[in-house]
Design a protein around this ligand. Structure first.
Ligand code: IPM
Ligand code: MG
Length: 370
């Protein structure tokens, strides 16, 4: 066992977050045990759950605990119960406050197709077989955080305002994350913008192009966001790494998720400059299925794999978890969000997690990656 336990803060949040996070924590503990990594796990409140108990979507205690942690595992936030609250009090502010408060500017969203799920995609299997895209989304700037913002004026003549703003420094640091990731993969980076209309993304394109001078081994291309959305559903395998703004990345990552069969499959890592990281599924709190025990836990379990890889510097348990997820799918287990078909068995959250835990217990590390 390593001497100093690594601190993980667990924030289940709302809706299905409260079902998928506990089972993902079981997988995390099992993988850590096998790898001889000591974990110290704390739990905290965020989102609607925090509003109900502490009156704020991001209580000071949660942010403080997040700052002390080596890594954070988050479920999802939001739900109809809190939908009528003013913007600044909504559950989503808890998530956005964590991202901003911890400086987690780089959001990695890998869309990876698992072979047994090729038939679950809304696209033809041949278009998505072996799909492996990484979306690098800027996470602490752009229109999500730009000022001025708000709604002003008198009823009937009100005005809503948001501002999309990026500085050169913000663009440069996320571009570097994109280039570095591409360098470790197929060495192709597509920067997505709307430079034909928005000056802010004209600057984005200029800065990304300048940064590319430091990465002569990576082939850089640029694409307008409308075309990128179209290309993702037309011929997704043309992409290796995509780097884009906060809002465009939000939209394109949901599109990319569907290519892999279900939004319930996509993990994410949000990283800052100092190595701290937050890990969460790309999907939301799914209030329509919350409490039924049928939510797909795999996006959260795959987020745990990313947590081991990026925050705990532990690629071996990360790969074991990924193999265990593949094995559960190969055995034909499917939560209801994954289109079944012949030879598959419909299961709930608990059974899917149990299958992953069982596969993890039997996992044998391939010689080559030892
Ligand atoms: C996501 C989510 C969040 C976002 C919401 C819940 C604030 O959609 O992580 O993609 O828009 O970033
Ligand atoms: Mg989203």
């Amino acid at each position: 066992m390593s001497a100093v336990p690594r601190r993980v803060l667990v924030l289940p949040g709302d809706g299905i977050g409260r079902e998928i996070v506990p089972v993902a924590v079981e997988v995390m503990c099992a993988a850590a045990d096998r790898a001889g990594i000591a974990l110290s796990i704390d739990e905290g409140l965020v989102g609607g759950a925090a509003i109900d108990v502490a009156g704020s979507p991001l209580p000071a205690a949660t942010l403080a605990a997040a700052r002390r942690a080596d890594a954070i595992l988050l479920g999802a936030v939001g739900g109809p119960k809190w939908d009528s609250l003013p913007m600044r009090d909504r559950p989503e502010r808890g998530l956005l406050g964590l991202r901003a408060g911890l400086g987690l500017f780089a959001n990695l969203r890998p869309a990876l197709s698992f072979a047994p799920l090729a038939g679950a995609s809304s696209l033809k299997p041949a278009l998505v077989a072996d799909l492996d895209i990484l979306i690098v989304r800027e996470l602490t700037g752009g229109i999500y955080f730009g000022e001025p913002r708000g709604i002003d004026g008198n009823p009937g003549a009100r005005r809503g305002v948001n501002t999309m703003v990026y500085t050169e420094a913000e663009i440069e640091r996320i571009a570097r994350v994109g280039f570095e990731a591409a360098r470790r993969r197929a060495k192709r980076l597509c920067s997505v913008d709307k430079a034909n209309v928005l000056e802010v993304t004209q600057l984005w394109r200029e800065v990304v192009t300048t940064v590319s001078g430091d990465y002569p081994d990576v082939a850089l291309s640029h694409m307008y966001v409308d075309n990128a959305g179209m290309q993702l559903v037309r011929a997704p395998k043309q992409f290796d790494v995509m780097v884009t703004t906060n809002m465009f990345g939000d939209i394109l990552s949901d599109v990319a998720a569907m290519l892999t069969g279900s939004l319930g499959m996509l993990p994410s890592a949000s990283l800052g400059a100092d190595g701290c990281g937050m890990y969460e599924p790309v999907h939301g709190s799914a209030p329509d299925i919350a409490g039924k025990g049928i939510a797909n836990p795999l996006a959260t379990i795959l987020s745990v794999a990313m947590l081991f890889r990026h925050s705990l510097d532990a690629p071996v348990p990360a790969a074991s978890i990924e193999r265990a997820v593949a094995s559960a799918l190969e055995r034909g287990l499917r939560t209801p969000d994954l289109d079944g078909g012949a030879g598959t068995t419909r299961v709930g959250t608990r059974e899917m997690a149990d299958a992953v835990l069982a596969a993890l217990a039997e996992d044998v590390q391939p010689e080559a990656s030892a």
